[in-house]
Design a protein around this ligand. Structure first.
Ligand code: LHQ
Length: 256
């Protein structure tokens, strides 16, 4: 199985599983990853997702042994773009634990997640320029927004590996952690997010994405609408009640 799914306390851990190829992507793997995300969304008990890779790499991007000859790259992206869209549209937080090299589409798969942790030994490579391609899977959208135009252009054109610590210092990812700490930290983070107010977190991630196309006025209107929706959730009522009662809130993640 190229994608492994394990149900944990409140979240699902999804593992890219072609370790002998550094988890390089195939069309079939893209479809399986999408199915795993859809299944997580359909499970009311699942309130966060943790994405990681098996073995020493996170994901080496497109499997280059499968793209020779007549392969239509646009058709191939029809298997990956739905995954990127689903990660951004999933109504729960997605943590990515980058356990090793993240190259090409694999780097941008990580950047599509909500909170990215990386092992100190991991690196991010926009490998596309090495083979005459354009950053895909959202790379040209994520990079300038995360690190600014100057760094985005050099990363995309030079295709040099960016060490995890620099990636964190530049704002490409949330944190770089010691290799041995990566999975414990990522699991703890996913469990913590899974116990938070899920509907509010979902609206938060959508609002941040939508801000890219809005001016301040429109974004203020959007925040008003989203806040009205968040304010109708039982978790909002519980959050306020718990504050006033000076105790920790117990959130259910329910929308109504
Ligand atoms: C691989 C791969 C790989 C196959 C390592 N494929 N076998 C999207 C859709 C549509 C069309 C095309 O493009 C795209 C977007 C893309 O993702 S384009 C970018 C594709 N990816 C790359 O160009 C990265 C290629 N890989 C590398 O540059 C290196 O492997 C990195 C820097 C990731 C890791 O280097 P090392 O740690 O030195 O490992 P390695 O190179 O020895 O790889 C280990 C094995 O994995 C090796 O096989 P072997 O049989 O010799 O042990 C590699 O051939 C295989 N592998 N990446 N993408």
């Amino acid at each position: 199985m190229t994608i492994l799914v394990e149900a944990r306390g409140g979240y699902r851990r999804i593992t890219l599983n072609r370790p002998q190829r550094l988890n390089a992507l195939t069309a079939e793997m893209g479809d399986a990853l999408l199915a795993a995300l859809e299944a997580a969304e359909a499970d009311a008990a699942c309130r966060a997702v943790l994405l990681t890779g098996a073995g020493r790499g996170f994901c080496a991007g497109q499997d280059l042994s499968q793209v020779g000859g007549e392969v239509d790259l646009a058709e191939l992206l029809d298997h990956y773009n739905p995954v990127i869209r689903k990660l951004r549209a999933l109504p729960m937080p997605v943590v990515c634990a980058v356990n090793g090299v993240a190259a090409g589409a694999g780097a941008n798969l990580a950047l599509a997640c909500d909170i990215v942790l990386a092992a100190r030994s991991a690196s991010f490579v926009q490998a596309f320029a090495r083979i005459g391609l354009v950053p895909d899977c959202g790379g040209t959208w994520f990079l300038p927004r995360l690190v600014g135009g100057a760094r985005a252009r050099a990363l995309a054109m030079l295709a040099e590996p960016l060490p995890a610590e620099t990636a964190a210092a530049w704002g490409l990812i949330w944190r770089a952690v010691d290799d041995a700490e990566l999975m414990p930290e990522a699991e703890a983070l996913a469990a913590r997010l899974a116990a938070q107010a899920t509907a509010g977190l979902a609206l938060t991630k959508f609002a941040l994405d939508l801000s890219a196309a809005n001016d301040l006025g429109r974004q203020l209107d959007l925040e008003r609408d989203f806040q009205a929706e968040a304010g109708k959730t039982p978790d909002y009522a519980e959050g306020v009640r718990a504050f006033l009662e000076k105790r920790a809130p117990i959130f259910t993640g329910r929308r109504r």
